[in-house]
Design a protein around this ligand. Structure first.
Ligand code: XIL
Length: 398
């Protein structure tokens, strides 16, 4: 169906939003599973579950489609949970498998949330991405005073053995190392001057990947990074350094199976996504690796409000949807790209909409405006981005 026909077939967005909000409110009140929109007796809402879901359209092409999961919402919000079940054939923990949440003390591990995510995914036949085993952020508070040059390798190895070992055979892909490249830091080969690099030098990469392979030989071992999508000068430099790292890893026999392109996109720079990323994906594919879109969202801060907030909202929804469609469509032209995950489900809970100073850094132009960055409204109704994403899955030919 063309966009114009679909628009005619739909209720106005306001009616739609009202219906959706009613569903959300009823759900919260009843504390039961939501009545899905498609079962509300309305024929005007375009189908978006069952055969019309993201996962059905993705699976028809052998693709994995899913989202990052917030464990608190999974535990407390039935509509959120239901949406994950209906839409995702793969999930990843937004935070629960990072060092910070998993390592309360230097000698202990906290598995509760990660275990719940794994059990949920298994119960519903979803694949799981593990995120992540080695990163410079969200390290536990004790890390800095405890981990030294002489014990860093031991800490890294033990962590990976324990965490990847616990979920051995259950994880489709592990982000073994996250965000190790940052050319602005001025280190050789573009390495980020982060804690692991300071403690161990570049060999932390090899330690992490070899330990991960031994701990879970079934998982696709992934290097994951951001700001490698556009042809802006800083992205071009960073992308080249990431490719150099991947090539070096392959040449020296390090175990790596995939590259994660985080894909935190924005309406302001999406026009500069093109040839550079295509060439990068082709090169990674030629090395025999897979490529995953791991953390997709679209920041709309660059867009104005138009003549009214309502009109501005519609324009932002369409612009964001256009970025989703074009980006995922062009990534899926490469057979190596097999997995697409959004960084969240509904707009309100996106990290881009985090309240206060932390979140507002992503919204410098419109700090008080909520981003429409994900495929679902806060009432779990599909945004235009949902349909753009689904059409992109349908465009897969390989
Ligand atoms: C973000 C989470 O979404 C936030 O909830 C958290 O406060 C900070 O981390 N790149 C990554 C993710 O690899 O782990 C980050 O997730 C977003 C950027």
């Amino acid at each position: 169906m063309h966009m114009a026909e679909r628009e005619q077939a739909r209720p106005s967005r306001r009616t739609f939003a009202k219906q959706a909000l009613a569903v959300g409110a009823a759900t919260v009140a009843a504390r039961t599973l939501p009545t899905p929109l498609h079962a509300q007796g309305t024929t005007a809402v375009p189908g978006f579950v069952g055969k019309d879901s993201l996962k059905a359209h993705a699976a028809a092409h052998g693709l994995f489609a899913g989202a990052a999961v917030n464990l608190h919402l999974l535990d407390t919000n039935p509509a959120y949970k239901q949406t994950l079940i209906e839409q995702c054939n793969i999930v990843v923990a937004e935070n629960a498998m990072k060092w910070g949440p998993m390592r309360p003390t230097p000698d202990t591990f906290q598995f509760d949330e990660a275990d719940r995510l794994v059990a949920f995914a298994e119960q519903h036949g979803m694949a799981i991405r593990g995120h992540n085993l080695c990163w410079h952020e969200q390290l536990p508070g004790w890390f800095e005073a405890t981990v030294t040059k002489s014990n860093a390798e031991e800490f890294l190895v033990k962590h990976i053995q324990t965490v990847a070992g616990r979920y051995r055979g259950k994880i489709r892909a592990w982000d073994v190392v996250n965000e190790a490249i940052k050319p602005e830091d001025g280190q050789p080969d573009g390495f980020r001057n982060g804690p692991w690099y300071k403690l161990l030098g570049p060999r932390f990469i090899e330690i992490a990947f070899r330990t991960a392979r031994a701990a879970d030989p079934h998982a696709l071992l992934t290097y994951n990074d951001y700001d490698i999508e556009t042809d802006r000068p800083q992205d071009v430099v960073k992308r080249a350094a990431v490719l150099q790292l991947i090539e070096h890893m392959k040449q020296t026999g390090m175990p790596i199976d995939a590259v994660g392109v985080q894909s935190h996109l924005s309406t302001g720079s999406a026009a500069q996504i093109g040839a550079g990323l295509d060439t990068f994906v082709s090169r990674v594919q030629a090395l025999g690796l897979k490529v995953f879109v791991t953390e997709l969202d679209v920041n709309d801060d660059s867009l104005g409000d138009g003549t009214s907030p309502d009109e501005g909202l519609r324009a932002r929804q369409q612009a964001v949807a256009e970025v989703y469609g074009r980006y995922v469509g062009s990534m899926l032209k490469h057979p190596a790209v097999t997995d697409v995950l959004t960084w969240g489900v509904a707009n309100g809970a996106s990290w881009l909409n985090a309240p206060g100073k932390g979140g507002a850094k992503f919204r410098p132009l419109h700090p008080d405006r909520k981003e429409v960055c994900l495929p679902f409204t806060d009432a779990y109704a599909p945004e235009p981005a949902f349909f753009a994403l689904r059409t992109a899955y349908d465009s897969r030919t390989s």
